[in-house]
Design a protein around this ligand. Structure first.
Ligand SMILES: [Zn+2]
Ligand SMILES: [Zn+2]
Ligand SMILES: [Zn+2]
Length: 247
């Protein structure tokens, strides 16, 4: 937290130094999917040596999830191709507004623009040979999208899971879920609320994300049940995903 000298902000534990939430998923066929382009995307891509980005899934249009979009340009150059981006219609509209210069044909191309195509998502679709299932979530009074890929569910920025979304999460085994802090918040799960959702989903492993500086990594993780941990920058996990054979 800028300008804060609390114990977590001054901690020597690298797991207490958190950039904004985003995940990078590599499918068995090599397809590389980025979920959200956080303001820290460039630094994250350098630090974790991301080799490519074949598609981006957007959860919603808030600044902490989209403001790194311009840095997709480097992957256009590396891959010599456009990058498809997926999200709900509201989020795609927010990207068109926030990044108006990208979609304005009058923008001089000299400086280079990200070459992206936006696709509205209305239900499950395929990336590579795997199925991606959008999972509607309440983020305060607006809906955002979590995503399920095989046995993995990525559920950031949520304060409630709508009745209709539980069935989409049936059988998930690895869950990443919003847990901002202990104190109640209008648009994010608390640790207790996230734990209740994890108990109902019953995965074998779960990680909390979108964590604020109220939660020291080591002490908070030690207080959680077996199989549930705070996530941290650079954490890497494996999960099962079935391949769909296209006809
Ligand atoms: Zn702090
Ligand atoms: Zn948000
Ligand atoms: Zn957020």
């Amino acid at each position: 937290m800028i300008g804060c000298d609390c114990a977590v902000c001054r901690s020597d534990d690298p797991r207490d130094a958190r950039t904004r939430p985003s995940v990078y998923v590599t499918l068995p066929d090599g397809t590389a999917i980025l979920i959200d382009t956080a303001p820290d995307f460039r630094m994250q891509a350098l630090r974790h040596r991301l080799p490519r980005v074949d598609a981006v899934l957007y959860t919603h249009g808030h600044a902490d999830h989209v403001l790194g979009l311009d840095d997709l340009r480097r992957f256009n150059h590396l891959q010599r191709g456009r990058i498809p981006c997926y999200g709900d219609p509201q989020t795609m509209g927010e990207l068109r507004r926030t990044f108006g210069y990208i979609f304005d044909h009058k923008t001089p191309a000299g400086g280079g623009l990200p070459e992206i195509d936006l696709f509205d998502v209305h239900g499950a679709f395929c990336l590579g040979r795997s199925e991606v299932i959008p999972v509607p979530l309440w983020h305060g009074r607006r809906l955002v999208q979590g995503y399920r890929i095989g046995s993995l569910a990525y559920l950031t920025d949520c304060s409630a899971i709508p009745d209709g979304s539980w069935a989409l999460l049936d059988g998930v085994d690895a869950v990443v879920i919003d847990a901002l802090r202990h104190r109640a918040h209008p648009t994010h799960f608390t640790v207790a609320e996230a734990l209740a959702a994890v108990l109902r989903l019953a995965p074998s492993r779960a990680w909390f994300t979108h964590i604020c500086h109220d939660l020291p990594h080591a002490a908070t993780t030690a207080s959680l049940p077996d199989g549930v941990e705070l996530a941290y920058d650079g954490l890497s996990v494996t999960f099962e995903v079935a391949s769909i054979v296209r006809q």
